[in-house]
Design a protein around this ligand. Structure first.
Ligand code: PLP
Length: 425
């Protein structure tokens, strides 16, 4: 074995009982000067440089965006993305990204407070309602709503106009006596009943609706008046949240996943009348208890900070556009153009939903020649229009045209649809 003077060679040659001979001089006692308190200043005067070369600028193709008709997560406003990009590395001179901030620090407090206050302005949320920024998606609210609003033996009414309402009902059955008072299943979820025809239980704790069925493209244009004694209406507004003005005072609870109209997935917004808070069933997990979150201003545990920041940017953008009345006008315009193209196609395209309840957000349609559907999707993708395939449970096509889909995106789609029809009719 070579007798190189490395620490390893010394260890190898030294019997385990012997004290290894030190290669480097080690001070056995610290000099007294070293025991003096040292003051370390964190505000470094020298810029800490990453020794690696900066990444090359992205190729031009990486800058190109598609027309994204996804149902969610979905398109976000381009100016919001660019603003987030410009603030990603160092949020407004804080020296940190929002992703790196303490959720209890002053910077993030200002972000979440501004997000809440802008949302309150947008929806004109009355002061007697709490706004909660939660996690777990709207799916978690399917359980949280009955857990917070009723006892296990309480009857509750569900008006089921699509798959999401049905899922909400099925989950609620675990926590209360949930009953379907009307279901559109037999008609493939293409309708909303006239409310007078729906028999409601006067003892029901609340009536639940899904304000916009994302998969089936069915949207309530006005809301049923609950006939239960407490007069409570609860709505899943995941896929039309902030797409138009809503009279919040008509609802006990409104909940929505953010990832369609107002931000990335991971944030769930709950707007709940304050007098309904504090009655959760004993088995309710703390993370589902509205009182825990309301008492802690949505900061009971670590919230989805970056997602809330993004929602805040979207709320600012919606206010800058002139608020939800303006946003609704734009949404109507886009939806009318698309539905007109479908209806004027002489049956080449078909939307199965009854005209009066067609969604402004999710437009499902089929092709008369269903064998052409795959070709339609393929050709559209070549033209950079993506995510047009209908939900796997219903097939066909679906164009989701949320707030952030520009009119130009819908114009491009309808031009393509007309051209496709001309070539394949
Ligand atoms: C209307 C509606 N409700 C509930 C959900 C479920 O939301 P999440 O995936 O956030 O739990 C969705 C998802 O697309 C939806 O569209």
């Amino acid at each position: 074995m070579a007798t190189a003077a490395s620490p390893h060679s010394i260890l190898l040659k030294t019997p385990s009982t012997a004290t290894p001979k030190a290669v480097f001089p080690v001070a056995t006692r610290l000099p007294t000067a070293a025991l003096k308190p040292i003051s370390i200043r964190c505000a470094a005067t020298t810029q800490i440089q990453d020794p690696r070369p900066p990444p090359p600028p992205p190729p031009a193709a990486a800058q190109e965006r598609v027309c994204n008709f996804a149902a969610g997560p979905a398109v976000l406003p381009e100016n919001v993305l660019l603003k987030a990009q410009s603030e990603l590395y160092n949020w407004r001179g804080s020296g940190m990204s929002v992703m790196e901030m303490s959720h209890r620090g002053k910077e993030f407090s200002s972000i979440i407070q501004k997000a809440e206050s802008d949302l309150r302005s947008l929806l004109e949320i009355p002061p007697e309602y709490a706004v909660l920024f939660l996690q777990g998606g709207a799916t978690t609210q399917f359980a949280a709503v009955p857990l917070n609003l009723c006892r296990p033996d309480d009857p509750v009414d569900y008006l089921v106009t699509g798959s999401w309402g049905d899922k909400a009902f099925k989950e609620a059955q675990k926590y209360c006596k949930a009953k379907v008072v009307w279901s559109g299943k037999a008609e493939k979820y293409t309708k909303i009943p006239s409310f007078g025809d729906v028999e409601q239980d006067p003892d029901a704790k609340f009536l639940h609706i899904c304000a916009n069925e994302t998969i089936h493209g069915v949207e309530f244009k006005n809301y049923p008046v609950p006939k239960n004694k407490s007069g409570l209406l609860v709505a899943d507004m995941s896929s039309n949240f902030c797409s138009k003005p809503v009279d919040v005072s008509k609802f006990g609870v409104i909940y929505a996943g953010a990832q369609k109209n107002v931000g990335p997935s991971g944030v769930t917004i709950v707007i709940v009348r304050k007098d309904l808070i504090g009655n959760a069933q004993g088995i309710t997990p703390v993370m589902l208890d509205y009182k825990i979150h309301a008492d802690n201003a949505s900061l009971y545990n670590t919230p989805p900070c970056y997602g809330i920041y993004m929602c805040g940017l979207v709320f600012e953008d919606l206010l800058e556009q002139g608020g939800l009345k303006e946003v609704e006008k734009k949404n109507k315009n886009k939806a009318e153009l698309l539905y007109r193209t479908i209806d004027d196609s002489k049956g080449f395209y078909r939307c199965p939903v009854e005209a009066s309840v067609r969604s402004l957000m999710n437009v499902p349609f089929t092709l008369e020649k269903s064998e052409l559907e795959a070709e339609f999707i393929k050709e559209a993708a070549k033209e950079k229009m993506v995510q047009l395939k209908g939900h796997r449970s219903v097939g066909g096509m679906r164009a989701s045209i949320y707030n952030a889909m520009p009119l130009a995106g819908v114009e491009k789609l309808v031009a393509f649809m007309r051209d496709f029809q001309a070539r394949h009719a």
